[in-house]
Design a protein around this ligand. Structure first.
Ligand SMILES: NC(=O)c1ccc[n+]([C@@H]2O[C@H](COP(=O)([O-])OP(=O)(O)OC[C@H]3O[C@@H](n4cnc5c(N)ncnc54)[C@H](OP(=O)(O)O)[C@@H]3O)[C@@H](O)[C@H]2O)c1
Length: 214
């Protein structure tokens, strides 16, 4: 299975490394592929290309760029992502990470979906920090990753990717729920960094309802 990850920063690298370790072919998209390729030279199943070539290379594309850049970037790649699954990892954070700049009755994921109506957008991988990501066992508790989408096929992809990284996938329903899943990430950031709780903890849904798929 091949996936492309746009952005070679903290979160893209963390997810890409775990997917590569799970046997995925990982193609990073980068503004500076030559510069960044050496960072992944230890992984034979990882390549680094331009964002355009990376978007062409796979049917599944993870977006790991800052929210401020995501809409413009994906608009410029629209013809390259036609019909594909877009896994939106972004959080629409203010520059000082004090609040979300999109929310209430909207979300980053919904905005991406409205820009790319021929793609199938799924929100995922936004509620765990890059530093915590390498260890999905949070202090003896298997950690969850929430995902949501309006497309069952995109949810299937997200579930497979989440499981490959060692996390427990948690279906959070329709894509419009991304406004709340992004809020979960903001709650974590608020407590961790603004209320000095630190980073050694996670958020999970405790669910005894068979009506909600894992
Ligand atoms: N860090 C976390 O813990 C975390 C957790 C969950 C979700 N997220 C979300 O994941 C996304 C990436 O976060 P990050 O922490 O990995 O950020 P980061 O370390 O700053 O990396 C973002 C990467 O995106 C690319 N990029 C930066 N500016 C760009 C632009 N103007 N146009 C196109 N590409 C650009 C760069 O890759 P190239 O130089 O290779 O082009 C950069 O390395 C954000 O939306 C963030 O909210 C982050």
């Amino acid at each position: 299975m091949k996936v492309s990850i746009l952005g070679t920063g903290k979160m893209g690298s963390a997810v890409g490394r775990r997917l590569a370790a799970a046997g995925y072919q990982v193609v990073f998209g980068s503004r500076n592929p030559e510069l960044n390729a050496s960072r992944f030279a230890d992984l034979p199943n990882v390549k680094v290309m331009s964002n355009e070539d990376a978007a062409d290379a796979s049917k599944v594309i993870l977006v790991a760029v800052p929210w401020a850049a995501a809409l413009d970037m994906l608009s410029s790649l629209n013809s390259h992502v036609f019909g594909k699954v877009i896994v939106d990892m972004t959080n629409p954070l203010s520059p000082d990470i004090s609040h979300l700049t999109v929310g209430g009755d909207d979300s980053a994921a919904e905005r991406l979906a409205s820009h790319m109506q021929q793609a199938r957008v799924v929100k995922a991988f936004n509620m765990i920090t890059a530093d915590n990501f390498p260890n999905p066992d949070f202090y003896g508790e298997p950690a969850q990753i929430m995902y949501c989408s309006d497309h069952d096929s995109a949810k299937d992809v997200a579930r497979s990717l989440i499981e490959a990284t060692g996390y427990v996938p948690k279906d959070c329903g329709a894509l419009s729920n991304a406004r709340y899943v992004e809020g979960v990430a903001m709650l974590w950031l608020q407590l961790a960094f603004w209320e000095d709780k630190g980073t050694a903890w996670g958020i999970k849904i405790i669910d005894n309802s068979s009506a909600v798929a894992g």
